[in-house]
Design a protein around this ligand. Sequence first.
Ligand code: AMP
Length: 249
Amino acid sequence: MKILVAVKRVIDYNVQIRVKADNSGIETDNVKMSMNPPDENAVEEAIKLKTSGVVSEVVVVSIGLEKSQDTIRSAMAMGADRGILVKTDQMLDPLAVAKTLKAIVEKENPDMVLLGKQAIDYDCNQTGQMLSALLDWPQGCFVSRLGVKDQTITISREIDEGLEELEIQLPAVVTCDLRLNEPRFASLPNIMKAKKKPLDIISIDNLSVDTNSRVKYIKVEEPPVRKGGAMVADAKELIQKLKYEAKVI
Ligand code: AMP
């Protein structure tokens, strides 16, 4: 069985986000970038399946700038076998990313595509669902447990009422939740080994994918600065403040 894992290079989750001076987007110059956190869970799960003998090859794909190679190398240092960078300088909508991933799926023929449930930069939460529709493959989203048996996977996913358990036929698209596993840290020897693993670079222009943007970002703004909180002595004082100062009751 072969797994394709989609990993995105995003601003590191520990970084304090800054909005560009012209409000056109988020400042990414001189900012620490890392693998999107749920994508680390996707890589971890694929490697665990490989270690348990269910999967024979884990291929990692990232779509983006030349520097996305670092993200692919990080996944290979965790244990992925090889990587593909689809190079583009364009900022792509989830639909364009899904179309690009579809083109890679058609080249690689994996049994399963693992993605993160959401990229923390623009919080779209769309790519996996769109890819499943484009491929006409079943999908399991926000997965917090994954089991594989022959050509069937069993998954758990959190829904409002609790946990939903599903059985899905492969090939399938699965998007991973942070609860799925604890991603490993790559050891130094594995980081060194990852430098020698194969990484193909493809220009997005060679995939004949329509990457035209259908979403226009009008303006990005900082959230309003929060006012400091205050301690109250008792419920009576709280009611007074809500009634006469905040005027919300
Ligand atoms: P999104 O729909 O943008 O929230 O992204 C959901 C998931 O799609 C991410 O967690 C990644 O696994 C994958 N993905 C999104 N953009 C890219 C990209 N440029 N390259 C590779 N994978 C991506």
